[in-house]
Design a protein around this ligand. Structure first.
Ligand code: PMP
Length: 423
């Protein structure tokens, strides 16, 4: 059967069976059947340079992770109401990557569950309900988090306990104070409306807002403002975590702050569904005194083995250093495209998390961004776009991305920009 026909048939079947809420990537969706390292392969055998998938952080189908999952699955898989060492070994190893204040960790299956749990802890410990998130934030799929994820498309007005603040646009040294002022204003508005604050919840690299990473440290005044208002600070590390920012394992560390709670997921099991919420023990003491927690699949021995293998590979293959080194090279090469293409307004990010903002005549160039993302897909390079105007190319490859992949990506983008410039 020709590949075109089978793709159309798969799309029709999918729509019939899964309904209309799902969205596929690309005008011509990709039917992937195999992955290896930095490469994905479609049903026709065409290979794609994966410059987008952060879940497969140590590369698609890494043999060490597969082996760890298979070995544990062949022996035992249960849950956290039985004793088992693997989860404790993994918890110790994971907690060692955090500042000393973050002393305990609870396991879930998804980033959404981790954020949902963090929210419950925050509300229990503050007796408040109010939460501040950024204007194009995404934090998850549960009912509570959909209210805190305006990028999903929220009803207007938003829920009474939610306040949206603008993402921290790059404004040099002023960035932190400007962002903190928005946060203070939002807390003041809650107070005027009799809403007690519970949390400031941010993705520490502001992925869906369009990738904002600099200057390092800009989050500090906002965290102080949250604490001054009696709220807790939750660092959502689902996207920036596990070394992607090229400096330590966590995005919040670039800002010199210690969160009250940290949530993580996506890359944690290199595709195996494991996620977690790490916190200050005094918060969990209070939560645990009032509530119990059991997540049937969260923290099972197979997941813990997968998580441990991912940390092993990140360490042995020097992937944090690689994210820093290759990320710097990639940003430098992308920045050079600014001189050649008027559309490229700004290149920003940290490590292997990069946003390329496209603007035309001062306005967000969302349509051009979509055309470029689709043109790259045709040439066999996978990226996406983010930001409120969909005009920020989002480049977020597995951490095994090397200099040779930088060449392939930048050359393809150069060509796509040439062919899709507004003229
Ligand atoms: N937080 C952020 C910043 C995310 O990007 C995501 C997933 N895109 C989530 C939370 C939710 O994670 P999950 O899809 O595993 O529930």
């Amino acid at each position: 059967m020709p590949a075109e026909t089978s793709t159309q048939q798969l799309i029709a079947r999918r729509n019939r069976l899964l309904g209309p809420a799902y969205r596929l990537f690309y005008e011509q969706p990709v039917h992937v059947v195999r992955g290896e390292g930095i490469w994905l392969y479609d049903a026709a055998g065409k290979r794609y340079l994966d410059a987008y998938n952060n879940v497969a952080c140590v590369g698609h189908c890494h043999p060490r992770v597969i082996e760890a999952i298979a070995r544990q699955a062949a022996v035992l898989n249960t849950h956290t109401r039985y004793l088992h060492e693997t989860i404790l070994d993994y918890a110790e190893r994971l907690l060692a990557t955090f500042p000393a204040e973050i002393g305990q960790v609870m396991f879930t299956c998804t980033g959404s569950e981790a954020n949902d749990l963090a929210l419950r802890v925050a509300r229990t410990c503050t007796s408040g309900t109010g939460v501040i998130v950024t204007r194009t934030a995404y934090h998850g799929v549960t009912g509570a988090l959909a209210e805190l994820s305006p990028s999903l498309g929220l009803p207007e007005p938003t829920a009474p306990h939610v306040r949206l603040v603008p993402a921290p646009q790059s404004a040099g040294d002023e960035t932190g104070e400007i962002f903190a002022n928005h946060v203070r204003t939002a807390f003041a508005d809650m107070a005027r409306n009799g809403i007690r604050p519970a949390a400031l919840l941010v993705d520490t690299i502001f992925s869906s807002d369009g990738v904002f990473a600099d200057p390092p440290g800009f989050l500090r005044p906002a965290v102080e403002a949250a604490h001054a208002a009696g709220a807790l600070f939750i660092a959502d590390e689902v996207q920036p975590g596990f070394g992607r920012c090229g400096q330590g394992l966590w995005g919040f560390a670039r800002h010199g702050i210690v969160p009250d709670m940290v949530t993580m997921g996506k890359p944690m099991g290199n595709g195996h569904p494991i996620a977690a919420m790490a916190a200050r023990p005094d918060l969990l003491r209070e939560f645990g005194a009032r509530s119990r927690y059991f997540n049937t699949f969260g923290g099972n021995p197979v997941s813990a083995a997968a998580g441990m293998a991912v940390l092993d590979v990140i360490e042995r293959e020097g992937l944090v250093e690689n994210a820093g080194r290759t990320g710097a090279l990639l940003r430098q090469r992308l920045d050079a495209l600014r001189a050649r293409h008027e559309l490229v307004a700004e290149v920003r990010g940290a490590g292997l998390f990069i946003g390329v903002e496209l603007r035309h005549g001062g306005a967000p160039a969302g349509q051009q961004a979509a055309r470029i993302v689709n043109a790259l897909r045709e040439t066999g390079v996978l990226i996406s776009a983010a930001g409120p105007g969909g005009n920020v190319l989002k480049i977020r490859p597995p951490l095994v991305f090397g200099a040779e992949h930088v060449d392939l990506l930048v050359d393809a983008l150069d060509q796509a920009l040439l062919e899709n410039s507004p003229g």
